[in-house]
Design a protein around this ligand. Structure first.
Ligand code: IFM
Length: 469
């Protein structure tokens, strides 16, 4: 009989090193609330953009409740928290920095540090100030396409790290640049809601240049003010396989998607090369293409946001999905959003990119939309087991940040998806830890998945959601 994957796994307990960070993650637009002058707030005001007409206007009111939220994390046993800074708040007008806002972020970080929670701060998590996106001049040069984007993001980053660098050592420049470009410039689902491959390439190059400028600005600031920092990117990486491995076109489609979506940005910062055709395309159109060689080595750690596996096929009827519709195997375990639950993929991604990058790894996001909390415990245990296995194989993984600490504003899907370990009642803003929140805390405190936990959660629950057969 062939040995199953499970039989090949080490038996519990699965342990983690003493310095390993067990944390959770959020992002400013998704949890803070407030009348912020950002592109997402403007986008949400446009009818039909966000499911249910939701807006990030109130979200989880984390801006005002951060002290209680830090206390809750401590109580639950979590030792780290990844949060983001809202650029539009810090720099409400070009070149004008709001010191009261920076003080507020100092208080937020201070509350974490006082509670013994290690912060990781993301400088750019999808949203932009409207002074950059809604310019009166050439709209084609606004937002991520603005020539000044790298310089502006670097200036903002320097101001932030000067103000907050003594409270935080772990910095993320950009969150999921590949997702931002795909949703905003190919799928037309996020601001600026374009469907332009050429602009997608331009935005991609500009974000790469911005990352490099931010990386250098952070280190320059650290040298003079704060001491050592570790700077990385939160890369969104998926397992992408052909729907039917027998169809050559599907295999080609999967390879193409992997190269463009998974590899292009991540590879550029690892070895200073970009997926050939992308670069050639930008150059052929006469755009000043960013010299990708400058990107080599501009990350001190590699952040992985891992969620799922996609089965890809080539279909000429699906122009709206760039001819590469993504699906899930029939009968596979899925989340409330229909994303396949595929824990093995996390181990694969960690192994591959640890080798390619040569720097320490953090899982900067991993989580599931599961309103009933039926699958989250098993999801957590199986993904954490992959992390423990990777560490046992010699992969240098320093921490795991579960997405998310609490339910929040899930971009164009509004408030319906429930990613939180902690449930939010948006009418009262009350916080209620789900059973999975307690289990994660127990694992974090023990720094191990014990035998009983592994036995109970190594398989998906019998009532897990499945894709149609
Ligand atoms: O909510 C998002 C987050 O902002 C970026 N990574 C994926 C999460 C779930 O979709």
């Amino acid at each position: 009989m062939a040995m199953t994957d499970d039989a090949a796994r080490p038996t519990a307990p699965l342990t983690f090193p003493p310095s390993f960070l067990f944390g959770t993650a959020t992002a400013s637009t998704q949890v803070e609330g407030g009348d912020v002058d950002s592109d997402w707030m403007a986008f949400a005001r446009e009818p039909g953009r966000i499911k249910g007409g939701d807006t990030p206007r109130v979200a989880c009111d984390h801006w005002n409740r951060f002290r209680d939220d830090a206390a809750l994390q401590k109580k639950l046993g979590y030792g780290a928290y990844r949060m983001s800074i809202e650029w539009a708040r810090v720099e409400p007008r070009p070149g004008v920095f709001d010191t009261a806002v920076l003080d507020h972020y100092r208080a937020m970080l201070g509350a974490l540090v006082d509670a013994g929670i290690t912060p990781m701060v993301t400088l750019h998590h999808f949203s932009l100030p409207t002074w950059l996106t809604h310019t009166s001049g050439a709209a084609s040069r606004a937002g991520l396409l603005a020539d000044a984007l790298p310089e502006l993001l670097a200036r903002y980053s320097a101001v932030v790290v000067r103000a907050l660098g003594d409270l935080c050592r772990l910095w993320v420049t950009l969150n999921e640049p590949n997702v931002l470009v795909a949703q905003g410039y190919l799928m037309g689902a996020w601001p600026p809601a374009k469907k332009s491959p050429l602009d997608a390439v331009r935005a991609h190059h500009n974000l790469l240049a911005a990352h490099v400028a931010m990386y250098r600005a952070l280190h320059a600031e650290a040298a003079s003010v704060t001491g050592t920092l570790a700077v990385g990117i939160a890369h969104h990486l998926r397992v992408i396989v052909p729907d039917a491995s027998t169809r050559a076109v599907d295999r080609l489609g999967a390879t193409a998607l992997r190269s463009v979506f998974n590899d292009a940005f991540a590879r550029a910062v690892c070895d200073g090369t970009l997926y050939g055709p992308l670069d050639a395309f930008a150059r052929a159109r006469g755009r000043r293409a960013f010299d990708v060689r400058n990107a080599k080595g501009t990350q001190d750690f590699f952040g992985v946001n891992y969620y799922s596996r996609d089965r890809v096929r080539l279909s000429l009827r699906d122009a709206d999905q760039m001819f590469l519709p993504r699906g899930v195997e029939k009968g596979a375990e899925v989340s409330d959003l229909g994303w396949e639950v595929y824990p093995d993929g996390l181990g694969t991604v960690l192994g591959e990119w640890s080798q390619r990058s040569g720097v320490p790894m953090y899982i900067t996001e991993n989580g599931i939309a599961d309103a009933s909390d039926t699958q989250r415990k098993s999801f957590l245990v199986r993904h954490l087991a992959e992390v423990a296995r990777a560490i046992a194989r010699g992969v240098d993984v320093r921490g795991y940040f579960h997405w998310s600490l609490m339910d929040n504003f899930e971009w164009d899907s509004g408030y319906e998806p429930r990613f939180g370990l902690v449930a939010i009642d948006y009418a009262t803003q009350s916080r209620t830890p789900r059973p999975s929140a307690e289990l994660y805390g127990a694992i974090a405190r023990a720094r191990a998945i014990d035998r009983a936990t592994w036995a109970a959660y190594r398989e998906p629950p019998a009532n897990a959601k499945r894709s149609p057969t």
